[in-house]
Design a protein around this ligand. Structure first.
Ligand SMILES: Cc1ncc(COP(=O)(O)O)c(C=O)c1O
Length: 311
């Protein structure tokens, strides 16, 4: 008499005989069993369409080893524990640029709290003035839509390009017309998602070059896209690309990046200063001098460093 286990095994073997392709993905089953066993132990079926990937056990163990096996000082000082942290941050910065294949003589990676923070950095610092333009597709995340409040406060114009059902794509001719209708604007910013959070549509990255031909700067919301696609910045030369790393690796939250083209970054004017972003700030003289490059955009202490004592 067959027991239930024998029966299951037999059915599984019959299934494999009928669907041999199933075994080609057995590595994924192994990974699920070893690195993501909490899915089965808690009875989850986890479907992700918007870049909320899961962390593996190994990632957590590696991070704990790093924290427990080292003394991480506050960065940007000269003692050994601080230098260790600074080196680690700079190594990470180089890896981020490598990951996106961004030429290091053209791009820098600014660490942010998430994609939202990266896009806010652009929105609040972009030199919008009267008659300037902010152009965006209907299907932007609200973290991009919110930039319109900055441009409106400066007298610039917000324009939306509709997405058209059922495909939820933009009409090419409408985009073309919008890009060439620049009026008296001096500064123009186009923002769109490489992958829409609403429809999952991948918008053409060719738009970046087309926008550049008409004198637009491009903010590419890459947050959902990079979770499952490779963004090659050497090919798709966005001026600004915003990313949340938990979407790529599942862990940790609280770290994102703004990959910025240095030439475009020079246009930005930060509306305030904070610990870490200045070379000098004087209370008595009521003056401050912003640090150049990435430092001028990284407010306070980066995630995974000790609480800040930077002033
Ligand atoms: C396309 C897109 N943009 C921006 C965001 C915002 O990302 P975060 O909340 O990590 O800043 C998301 C989040 O799901 C997204 O899918």
């Amino acid at each position: 008499m067959k027991n239930a286990e024998d029966g299951r095994r037999e059915s599984f073997e019959e299934f494999l005989a009928e669907c041999p392709g199933y075994e080609q993905t057995s590595r994924i089953d192994e990974l699920r069993a070893t690195e993501y066993s909490r899915l089965d132990s808690q009875g989850h079926i986890y479907l992700d369409y918007t870049g909320g990937g899961l962390y593996s056990d190994l990632q957590i163990r590696k991070h704990m080893d790093l924290l427990l096996g080292n003394v991480l000082g506050n960065p940007h000082s000269f003692n050994p524990t601080s230098s260790f942290t600074t080196d680690m941050v700079e190594r990470c910065r180089r890896r981020v640029l490598e990951f996106f294949n961004a030429p290091t003589d053209e791009y820098i990676a600014i660490f942010t709290a998430n994609a939202t923070h990266a896009m806010k950095l652009v929105g609040e610092s972009y030199p919008f003035d009267r008659g300037d333009m902010f152009l965006l597709s209907f299907d932007n995340h609200n973290s991009v839509n919110g930039i319109r409040e900055f441009d409106r406060a400066c007298g610039a114009i917000t324009r939306y390009i509709p997405v058209v059902p059922p495909d939820m794509r933009l009409y090419d001719r409408v985009l073309k017309r919008s890009l060439s209708d620049v009026g008296d604007s001096k500064n123009r910013l186009l923002a769109y998602p490489a992958q829409s959070i609403f429809s999952g549509v991948h918008h053409p990255l060719e738009w970046i070059e087309r926008a550049h031909e008409h004198g637009w700067d491009v903010l590419l919301d890459a947050a959902a896209f990079v979770a499952t696609n490779r963004l090659d910045i050497s090919r798709w030369k966005a001026d600004f690309a915003a990313v949340s790393f938990y979407k790529v690796f599942g862990y940790p939250t609280g770290v994102g990046t703004l990959v910025a083209r240095c030439e475009a970054l020079e246009k930005l004017r930060r509306p305030w200063f904070a610990g870490g972003t200045i070379t000098v700030a004087s209370v008595q003289a009521d003056k401050y001098y912003l640090a150049e490059g990435v430092e001028g955009f990284e407010d306070g202490t980066l995630h995974a460093c000790r609480p800040s004592r930077r002033v």
